[in-house]
Design a protein around this ligand. Structure first.
Ligand code: SF4
Length: 259
């Protein structure tokens, strides 16, 4: 069955992010209210001290979310907010998805929105790495399911027969000198990252794998490119190669290298 991919909306995740902040503020107040009587029996200053500390944490959280919004709108903001914006969305992501579930928002929509927000924040950080420090990671469902070649062991085993896009990825990696790995799951992906120690990752996957992957390797910068599933999940998946090449060019420092 052909999958229709709707354009991700950053504002969905931003709305959930703001709602998460409100929930965090209310929970913090509840925590303070419950613990204040016990603390005042130890010292009358303790509730005030704890209140001030929690207020400070909340203020930092609120300013950081503000930083995310300003950064996404391309409006001028203090450098420190830009720096923490990406950290904040990764920390608040689990709460935002939980709220999305409570409000009956389609999980894939929330994940697509998160990926879009994360990608934009990464782009705004202008991360530049040497080609050999960039790793393209993709699940093995991109390989033609009838292909007999063991490309998860070594992508160079691909014969570039045109049956699937593994050959395209191989040529792209040779053109720019970047690493590419085809993995069978999260464990192997983590192993490849541990071995190659990339400074940046370009991940191609579905919504669920991309969001969990971005969270897993945080704070390693990741640009996520969603795959296409014309034959349903995890079977003969495709990717827009122009989007992959564009993301490679955003990450690598091409000075002095023929592209
Ligand atoms: S392009 Fe490579 S991986 Fe894909 S079917 Fe051909 S040989 Fe197999």
């Amino acid at each position: 069955m052909m999958q229709v991919m709707t354009r991700p909306k950053k504002r969905l995740f931003l709305a959930l992010l703001l709602a998460s902040l409100v929930v965090a503020a209310l929970s913090t107040y509840g925590l303070w209210k419950v613990s204040a009587p016990g603390l005042s029996s130890i010292s009358q200053h303790l509730p005030l001290l704890l209140g001030a500390l929690l207020l400070l944490v909340l203020a930092v959280g609120a300013l950081s979310v503000m930083g995310v919004i300003l950064a996404l709108l391309g409006l001028p903001t203090f450098g420190i907010f830009k720096g923490v914006a990406w950290t904040v969305i990764n920390i608040l992501f689990p709460l935002a998805t939980f709220l999305g579930r409570l409000l009956d928002v389609n999980k894939e929509r929330v994940e697509r929105s998160f990926i879009e927000v994360s990608n934009q924040l990464i782009r705004q950080k202008h991360v530049k790495v040497k080609p050999e420090q960039l790793l393209i990671l993709t699940p093995h469902c991109i390989q033609l399911d009838t292909c007999p070649h063991k490309i998860t062991r070594d992508i160079a085993n691909c014969k570039d027969c045109g049956g699937c896009q593994v050959g395209d990825l191989l040529r792209l990696s040779q053109k720019y000198g970047v690493h590419v790995a085809i993995v069978t799951g999260g464990t192997l992906a983590r192993k490849v990252i541990k071995t190659l120690r990339p400074r940046a990752v370009l991940a191609i996957a579905c919504e669920r794998d991309l969001t969990s992957g971005i969270q897993d390797v945080f704070p390693l910068p990741v640009i996520g490119v969603l795959n296409e599933r014309p034959y349903g999940p995890c079977c003969n998946t495709k990717v827009q190669m122009s989007a992959v090449e564009q993301a490679v060019l955003q990450f690598i420092d091409t000075n002095g290298r023929k592209a």
